[in-house]
Write a protein that binds this ligand. Sequence first.
Ligand code: IYR
Length: 221
Amino acid sequence: MPPRFVPLPGYERYPEPEMLRRAAEFRAALDRRRSVRHFSDRPVPAEVIEHCLGAACSSPSGANLQPWHFVVVRDPTIKTRIRAAAEAEERDFYERRAPPEWLEALAPLGTDTEKPFLETAPVLIAIFAQIHGYTPEGARLKHYYVHESVGIASGMLISAIHLSGLVTLTHTPAPMKFLCEILERPENERPYLLLPVGYPADDAEVPDISRRPFDRNVTFV
Ligand code: IYR
């Protein structure tokens, strides 16, 4: 099939001072994001979560094959099962598998085997990577740059959640295979991230850590 093209739709061009203001505002807004582990159980509007997921689904992807799937969990029984399975993995991680070096790297975060946020947060978003897809006829369809694509979509989701005024955490109990079983996902999907989403608890605290200075992150040539 020959490619078809349309004029670039929806592009918005700004005068440079406005461009600068928008870029600086976006940067300042994202710089206020923190990974939060203390959640309120206050419900969040379903439409907000839908918009955030819509934003994530606008992500670029390899050959535009959109190799992701998002499962929104609100059911308390399922959240309880996820917490139990995640904590079982975490106990194995903290008590047996984690090398001392890794535990040392985690020490400033103060994390441990207890994951109450998996039950307290009103919403869990489980992100799955589709290692392959299916054609409309049901044949196996190769996916490209799966991890890059799902990673970019996850970043856009996290940004959307933050800009909506909610908080989240990029949680990665390892291994996360239990998510496929509990959420009954098809064989072409692998768990990628688990995001508890909600309002922060009134007394929420975060680790006293900082980001690397900008000039150590970026080089201009
Ligand atoms: N999955 C564990 C350990 C953990 C690992 C990393 I790398 C972190 O940045 C944070 C935690 C846990 O969730 O506690």
